[in-house]
Design a protein around this ligand. Sequence first.
Ligand code: ARG
Length: 489
Amino acid sequence: MNNPSHDAPPVGAPSDTHRLWGGRFNAKSAAIMDAVNRSIGVDFRLWPFDVQLSKAWAVALQHAGVLTAEERDAIDVGLDAVGVRLAAGESPIDSDEDIHTMIDRLLHEEAGAAASKLHTGRSRNDQVATASRLWTIDACARLDAAIRELQLVLLTQAEPLQGAILPAYTHMQRAIPVSAAHWLLSHFWPLERDRLRLAAASRGTSTLPLGSGAVAGCAFPISRELLKGALGFNTLSANSIDAVADRDFVAEVIFVCALMATHLSKLAEDLILYGSSEFGFVKFGDGYSTGSSMMPQKRNPDALEIARGSAGRVLGDLVSLMGTLKGLPSGYNKDLQDDKRAMFGAVDTMLLVLPAVAGAVSELTFDTVRMRGAVSSGMMATDLADYLVEQGISFREAHKAVGSLVRQCEETGLELHTLPRSAFASAHTAFGDDVYDALSPQRSLERREVEGGTGPDAVRVQIEQARLALTPAGDATGREGALFVGRRP
Ligand code: ARG
C-alpha cells in the first residue's frame, strides 16, 4: 500500500547496542516483541522532519542552558551528516525500533558525546507528534498541487465543449439537456471543496506539540515560541496531555482523502459509462488504457477503474484509524503508532490516483454527435410545461397536459416533436403554433441562464469562476492568498 520509495531499506546487521530505553530491564526483550514493536518500516519517511525538529530542539536546549554553543554546534553538524547518510540510503539495523531511534544512533556516530544530551526534556511522544504534523503539512501541499492539476485538465477539456449538448441524468434516466462543459465542470467543484477542506486540515495541523515531553510538559526552560517560529507552526498546543495523543489531524486528512476518492470514483464511473459502446460519448486515449490478453478489440479504462476502486481502500484507512482512536485513554498509547500506516496509505494512494485520473481525462476525446443524438424531444417535456405556464396556466395543469402528450408518444411510438399539431391542441387549448420551438434543446439550455445553470452565459461565468479558483491569488469564494499556512521554512 505504501509507496515503496518511501519505505525503509532492508534491515541490516543485528545489533541491540543502541536503544532509547532499557536501563531498568534485566533481560533482553523477546524477538517477537521487537518485531511487533518495530515501526521503522513505516515511519522511515519521517526522517527529514525528525532531523529538522531535532535541530530546532538543540537550539531550544542551548537557549535553556542545557547545551553549550559547542555542543549545539556539534549536534547541528552531526544532524546534517545524518541527513546526508539517510538521503543516500543508509539502512536501519535491528535495534532501530523506529526512525527516531535510528537518527539518535547515527547522531551518536557523527557527533559523539554531545549527541547523548539531545534527548533532554523531550520524548518520542512529542517528537513523533511533531514530525508527523510536519509531514502532514507537506503532504497537504502535495495533494493540493495534484488536485489542481486534475481541475486544470477538467477545465481545459470543458472549455471547447460549451456548445455541445448531452442529456443530464437523474435516477440514471435521461432528464434534461445540458451543456457538455456544464457536465464536466460538475466534477470540478467537488475537487475545489476538497482543496478547501485540505487547506483547513493543514491549518489545523499547524499546532506545535514539541515541548510537551512524554505527557506533562518539558521541565527545562525551553522556548516553545522559538520552536514554533523555527519549525513554521501557527500555534502552540495548549495542553501537553492532549498534544501527545491528538491525532485529529490524521483523521481529518484521511477523511479528506476518502471524500476526494469518492469524488474521483464518481467522475470515473461517469466516464466509464459514457465510454461504453452503448453511450459512446467519450473515447479513451492509449496512454491510460489497457488491452485484454484474450479479446484483441478491447480498450479498457483501467486507470479510471482503479481510481473508482481506490475509494474503498482509502475509506478502509479512515475506518482503520478511527477504530484505533476509539476507546483509547488519554495520553500517548502505543496503539497510536499505527496512525502513520493509515495516513501514508491514504495519501500515497491519492498521490498515485490523482495524476492517473488527470492523465486519463487529458486524453479523452468527445463524440459530440453521439451526445446530441442521445437528446430526444421527450427530454424537453419540462420546457413544454413551462411554455404553458408562460401562457398563464398553472404548473400542475401544464404538467398533466404534457403528461398526456408523453403517453400518446409511448402509445404511438412518436416523439414529442413528431406529434401532429392537433395532438397539442387537444391536450391543451393554450398550445399555439410556436409550440415546436419549445422542443428545441438549444432553447432549453438558453432558458437556464440562472447562476449555476446550464445556459450558455451562465456556463461562461462558471468557467471564469473555475479559472479564478485555480489562480494562486484566490478562488471563486473570494478567498485570498496561498491555501497553506504554517509550512516549514
Ligand atoms: N514509534 C512510535 C510512534 O510512532 C514513537 C513513539 C514511541 N513512544 C514511546 N513512548 N514508546 O508512535
